[in-house]
Design a protein around this ligand. Structure first.
Ligand SMILES: [Fe+2]
Length: 535
């Protein structure tokens, strides 16, 4: 493959569809489809995200050399059929529910991708595209789901050689994998297979505590600090056998995700003496204790997996990806455990990042292209890989809403204006530069408030985000001021690690006041802003 090779990575049809364009081994653009359609976790083919990536590079779909898809749909289908046959006739309803999408779209993926990319090129289908003189001669490559996660973890990392750990709900069959990345090669050594899955175990508790699977996992992590780990022994005794090598063996008497439309069953309800919490109903101490218990187990499993990866590879640098690697509390336990010296976590660790991994895998694994040395601190460009808007675009939008505005010629005039408002207790919508790729708002599309104000968390959650009061926010701290505020020397540019606020800066939480308590306990998540690559 010559220099200038253009590869589009795609993830789609499960959740968090995304597209990523890699040209000559460099990430040019990456975006999640939900940011264009406004449908959270949109799983449809990312036609808008693909269109944006092509536009960013100033190319059209017919100029692509390769398209990489993040998993192997036929292997996924194989799992679905085999699991159904194992449990038949149970699960027939869920089997029937999933079939139309498979029959209509997923099994015809090559045709579908060509048709959708023709749309991204501005024509309705490939046939018409050909008529219009557009040729789609690119090759289509399908990566393994966990290989895509592993590629997204290793290739953009700052390491020339590293161990790799991927953990999620499930891909084709794998639910977790370990491997080695060296130069331009990735070798996956072992995998944990469906239905045993740390991600699905966490999702089962997400479901049981009344949150949405595949999106409410953050809420469980955010709720955990308010609970006690009182169910840990019960979970380990009844539901999941945690082994020393970090593998888990789940007792499938208590789960129904293999064959049903729910995550847990009545046997699970009996273990915890009650039915799942109804979504939107009151959150009680029980949910907090359940959240803390599954969080503690997740941390234990991830630490054991890390120790096992080190034992198997002997490598002191570790790259992480997969949806479970968005658990910043567990990541911090790994970073501080002393098992490995350095960790790097893909900011789009969930399935959106699979698009980035698929493009990288096509470049380095499929076509054996050399890896360029990672720029400090990595090759993610601060995860600012999405669309930017010009002053002209912004003005057009302001005018369309007939909104009033003030234009500042100098950035420090604007920042002084914002600082004054923040100090007055105002909440600011901050919009600058390119949109972040990954679930975290890192300062380019962020809601800003004064972290010293004890009312701020409650106010933003209630009035602006319209979400539960316990949901945390992350302070942004300049890297040179990190040790002034936090008990850590490790920057967290992608909001994937937590740190404790210095004792001297903490205020006591008012007694029996959940919201205030949350402010002091949960505002320890630290991110360094601006991202070092843009400084
Ligand atoms: Fe995944």
């Amino acid at each position: 493959m010559s220099d200038g090779s253009k590869i589009l990575g795609i993830s789609a049809f499960y959740h968090d569809s995304a597209a990523c364009l890699v040209i000559d081994g460099e990430i040019i653009a990456a975006a999640q489809e939900e940011r264009f359609t406004r449908l959270k976790h949109d799983y449809n083919f990312p036609v808008n995200a693909a269109r944006y990536c092509l536009k960013e590079a100033g190319i059209t779909a017919e100029q692509l050399d390769y398209v990489g898809f993040y998993d192997k749909p036929l292997l996924k289908f194989d799992r679905l059929l085999e699991t159904y046959l194992d449990y038949a006739p149970a699960g027939f309803r869920s089997f029937l529910k999933s079939m139309p999408l498979w029959m209509k779209e997923k099994l015809w993926m090559p045709d579908l991708i060509r048709t959708e990319l023709a749309k991204a090129s501005g024509v309705d289908d490939e046939r018409r595209a050909k008529k219009a003189g557009k040729k789609f001669e690119w090759k289509l490559l399908f990566g393994d789901h966990h290989e895509s996660h592993a590629a997204s973890a290793f290739y953009p990392s700052p390491f020339a050689e590293a161990a790799i750990l991927t953990i999620d709900g499930v891909g084709e069959w794998a639910t977790s994998s370990i491997g080695i990345g060296k130069g331009n090669e990735i070798t996956l050594l072992k995998e944990l297979r469906f239905p045993d899955s740390l991600g699905l175990l966490y999702s089962a508790f997400t479901y049981y505590t009344g949150f949405k699977v595949n999106s409410g996992e953050y809420k469980v992590m955010g709720l955990a600090p308010y609970g006690e780990p009182k169910y840990v022994s019960l979970i380990k005794d009844k539901l999941a056998d945690v082994r020393e090598d970090g593998s888990i063996r789940m007792n499938h008497e208590y789960f129904s995700y293999s064959q049903g439309l729910r995550m847990t069953n009545t046997a699970f309800d009996r273990v915890f003496d009650g039915r799942p919490r109804q979504p939107e109903s009151e959150i009680t101490q029980r949910e907090m204790d359940l959240a803390r218990s599954i969080q503690v187990i997740t941390e234990e499993v991830m630490l054991k997996m890390t120790a096992y990866v080190y034992k198997e590879t002997g490598l002191k640098k570790l790259c992480l990806a997969g949806g479970v690697a968005l658990n910043c509390v567990a990541n911090t336990k790994i970073a501080n455990a002393g098992i490995v010296e350095n960790i790097w976590i893909q900011p789009a660790a969930g399935d959106a990042g699979g698009a980035l991994g698929a493009a990288y895998a096509a470049y380095h694994i499929g076509f054996k292209m050399e890896r360029r040395p990672a720029s400090f601190p990595d090759s993610m460009k601060g995860a600012c890989l999405g669309p930017a808007y010009s002053d002209k675009d912004i003005l057009k939008t302001i005018n369309s809403y007939e909104a009033s505005y003030t234009h500042f010629d100098a950035f420090n005039e604007c920042s002084s204006f914002v600082n004054e408002r923040l100090a007055e207790g105002k909440v600011i919508g901050w919009f600058q530069g390119r949109m972040e790729f990954g679930p975290r708002a890192l300062g380019n599309r962020s809601i800003l408030g004064d972290p010293r104000n004890p009312e701020m968390q409650k106010r933003i959650n209630r009035k602006i985000k319209v979400r539960e009061e316990f949901r945390p926010f992350a302070p942004g701290v300049l890297i040179e001021d990190l040790s002034r505020y936090y008990e850590t020397a490790t920057p967290s540019p992608y909001m994937l690690l937590i740190a404790m606020l210095k004792d001297t800066l903490r205020k006591p939480a008012p007694e029996n006041e959940l919201t205030e308590d949350l402010t002091t306990r949960l505002s320890h998540i630290v991110r360094v802003w601006p991202p070092p690559t843009t400084r």
